[in-house]
Design a protein around this ligand. Structure first.
Ligand SMILES: O=C(O)[C@H](O)[C@@H](O)[C@H](O)[C@H](O)COP(=O)(O)O
Length: 269
């Protein structure tokens, strides 16, 4: 695999790196190794690891080989977790991405404190604008360092991809695809229910150190081929191209990558 700490010296975003694993289980194993490497790099650099996660099928695949390890490689106390998008429902609602991630992942890691997980403010559920602004302020606070924060630079952003090519809550043809200022935006007309959500925007996604899509199963074949082989279509997912020195990865199983012509890279750390 390309070295995670490699710097891309040009101003053109790096080309996507596609890893295809034989089975979903192999994918989960590789993903866990990748996350641990990203964690280690981040801790070496800044003594903390900032991760943003999505909902959907991702949390389950992510947690499989990260929880219940006996090798002490995970430095949970250094993790700071955000959500790439969130639905405007209470945190104990089945539709909540936090709820899903907690069920599949966080609750299985007793070392992870609730204060390390940045959830939406439930008091603001009736006001999507205010809620998005409040979540953006959380980002500003978390990324404020010695230098003024111009963009939050996540160590790792983990993404899913919906059947229409959406990622986070950025949907094809939606005006939010053009958002250049807000880091977190409300969306009141999400075609995927529930309709009220907040989402990271491209200014956040495209400034990450590394972003990675995770997709498994035959159902993703056409979508992955469209995204990687036809970026000119401009699907929301293919617009995730972090600025240098950022990198973009695709973690798939062989079923999902079967139709993509895009070259696969050998996965090695
Ligand atoms: O809140 C959401 O709706 C998700 O964050 C969403 O962006 C998800 O990642 C994709 O829809 C892929 O979902 P699957 O992994 O279930 O296909």
């Amino acid at each position: 695999m390309a070295p995670l700490s490699s710097t891309n010296p040009s101003t053109t975003p790096a080309e996507p790196i596609l890893y295809s694993f034989k089975t979903p289980d192999d994918l989960s194993k590789g993903l866990a190794e990748f996350v641990i490497k990203a964690q280690d790099d981040a801790i070496t650099r800044r003594n903390k690891f900032t991760l943003a996660t999505s909902g959907g099928s991702l949390p389950k695949m992510l947690s499989k080989y990260l929880v219940n390890r006996d090798d002490n490689r995970l430095r949970w106390d250094k993790w700071e977790i955000f959500f790439c998008d969130e639905r405007l429902v209470p945190l104990d609602h089945e539709d909540s991405n936090y709820y899903l991630c907690d069920r599949e992942f966080f609750s299985k890691v007793p070392e992870l404190k609730r204060s390390q997980i940045h959830t939406i403010d439930e008091k603001l559920l009736d006001d999507a604008e205010e809620l998005a602004d409040a979540y953006e302020k959380d980002l500003v606070a978390a990324f404020a360092g010695k230098e003024a924060v111009r963009r939050p630079v996540f160590d790792l952003i983990l993404l899913g991809m919906g059947p229409d090519g959406h990622t986070c809550s950025l949907f094809p043809g939606h005006e939010l695809l053009a958002e250049q200022h807000r880091w977190v935006a409300p969306i009141k007309d999400s075609p995927k229910p529930p309709s009220n959500r907040i989402t990271f925007t491209y200014p956040v996604l495209n400034h990450a150190h590394r972003a990675a899509f995770v997709l498994a199963g035959e159902g993703k074949q056409d979508l992955l081929a469209r995204t990687l082989d036809h970026p000119e279509e401009g699907l929301p997912a293919s617009r995730v191209r972090p600025a240098p020195p950022g990198d973009i990865y695709y973690f798939t199983d062989d079923a999902a990558s079967a139709k993509a012509q895009y070259p696969k890279s050998e996965f090695k750390l």
